[in-house]
Design a protein around this ligand. Structure first.
Ligand code: TRP
Length: 455
């Protein structure tokens, strides 16, 4: 496909909303709370925010530059910028990582569909915490139901992808993101009104740095990459649809800000409620699904119509937030297959959907009937999550930082950031310094630290 045949996003606002649509998803509302809970609360959040600023922002800007400069899919982008060099493998590895992430992400996205239906059938009414825990276990370990939802979710994603970038991605982001935001604020109010919720707020904001060990650093770094959709090139591919007058730095700051805000707000829904009803903050991946039904039931007790409608609405918005993220993951691979292998977009998308369904089935079953099959003590689902979020994304981020910090011509980067000199850019030298030294060294140290090489 030639450059000028590609479609573009409408403008600055759509560029931000589409990227934020990719970034905001289950990573914020599902993964962030349970990683925070697993790693001791406020100290984790503190380090997470630090990583968003020193790693997330600069690497996001770099991905934007690579994408918009080349207007190509991930592999094509690296090929254009680094002809005949080994750098182009970064693109291929990124595409492969995206495929793995979508395969297990879609499993959890499928769970949100189940919960929409359960909410719709009023199944949360009149139950206790233990019932929600039991119901989630029963559902997630069922050999059939989660697979149906997984397939359905992948088909939904497929449908939007086939409809194309502009109508599909753009339109869905514009209305739904603001709606999600409003609902989250309402739910924070509910959660904070529960008795004993102050404990949860403390857990979120009063750091205890004595709990920080190497696993906390790795988890916070992985979460920063995961939540910002960074490393594997989602935002790079989206930036390839940006217009040339889009202010990349501003877009990056806005996306990182929105994403972090929503994650912390999700924490403000989950933890006060979890502490109030006695759910352990380190319950892991089930945390969101066992805590929220409590919020709806307790906060609106006496107003069943409210708890009924809010619970449906919440899971619906969750599913949609997940959808805007799965679309971005799918798009990376579809654009790659389409442009690199000259498959029709429709056919490319079909391959991707089929492959994700295949791997996703195993990921889903590994939480139930195939639970005993583990490697390093992790189920296949957990293994996919660990391998992609804690290994591949930081590694790819490391490579993106080195690529833009050392290899790529600084004049190209300057032109992209300043839109050919029309914008004033004061932070350029600091930005390059972070890419060259701070980000790579930080990522490397965290990896080495995890291997306990520092004693
Ligand atoms: N960031 C998304 C979320 O928070 C998930 C996601 C989309 C993602 N694209 C990605 C994660 C690329 C890692 C890499 O839900």
């Amino acid at each position: 496909m030639k450059k000028n045949e590609r479609v573009n996003f409408g403008g600055m606002l759509t560029a931000i909303l589409a990227s934020a649509g990719s970034a905001v998803g289950l990573g914020n509302v599902w993964r962030f709370p349970y990683e925070t809970g697993n790693h001791g609360g406020a100290a984790f959040i503190f380090i997470y925010i630090l990583f968003i600023v020193i790693l997330g922002l600069p690497i996001m800007l770099s991905e934007f530059i690579i994408g918009r400069k080349t207007h190509a899919n991930l592999a094509g982008a690296y090929r254009q910028l680094a002809k005949d060099s080994k750098w182009r493998f970064v693109g291929h590895i990124g595409v492969f990582t995206g495929f793995l992430i979508l395969s297990y992400y879609a499993v959890v996205a499928g769970w949100t569909l189940e919960y929409i239906v359960e909410a719709g059938m009023n199944q949360f009414a009149g139950k206790e915490t233990a019932d929600y825990i039991g119901a989630f276990k029963l559902f997630s370990e069922d050999p059939i139901r989660p697979l149906i939802w997984l397939a359905l979710f992948l088909f939904l994603t497929h449908f939007v992808i086939v409809k194309g970038v502009k109508s599909g991605i753009e339109r869905s982001s514009k209305v739904l993101m603001p709606l999600l935001f409003v609902l989250i604020i309402v739910l924070i109010g509910c959660s904070l009104s529960l008795p004993g919720s102050a404990e949860g707020v403390k857990f979120l904001f009063q750091p205890d740095f004595s709990v920080v060990d190497s696993s906390v650093l790795l988890a916070a770094m992985g979460q920063a990459f995961f939540s910002l959709s960074l490393g594997m090139g989602c935002l790079c591919t989206y930036a390839s649809y940006f217009r040339n007058d889009t202010n990349l730095a501003k877009a990056a700051v806005s996306v990182a800000f929105i994403d972090t805000l929503i994650a912390i707000m999700a924490g403000l829904i989950i933890f006060p409620a979890a502490f109030s009803v006695g759910i352990q903050p380190d319950s892991g991946p089930s945390l969101l699904f066992i805590t929220l039904p409590n919020v709806f039931q307790q906060a609106f007790s006496g107003m069943p119509i409210l708890s009924y409608s809010f619970s449906i609405l919440f899971y619906l918005l969750m599913a949609i937030a997940a959808l805007t993220s799965t679309i971005s993951l799918h798009e990376v691979v579809t654009a790659y297959l389409h442009e690199e292998f000259h498959l029709e977009r429709r056919v490319a998308a079909r391959w991707m959907t089929g492959a994700c369904l295949f791997v996703g089935v195993f990921a889903s079953l590994s939480l139930g009937v195939a639970k005993e099959y583990t490697l390093f003590g992790l189920s296949f689902f957990e293994l996919l999550d660990f391998f992609t979020a804690k290994l591949m994304l930081p590694l790819l981020g490391f490579l993106v930082a080195l690529f833009t910090g050392w290899y790529l011509d600084k004049a190209i980067m300057w032109r992209e950031i300043s839109n050919n000199g029309t914008l004033k850019v004061r932070f350029f030298r600091l930005y390059i310094f972070i890419l060259k030294f701070i980000a790579p060294i930080a990522i490397l140290c965290i990896f080495l630290n995890e291997l306990h090489l520092f004693g």
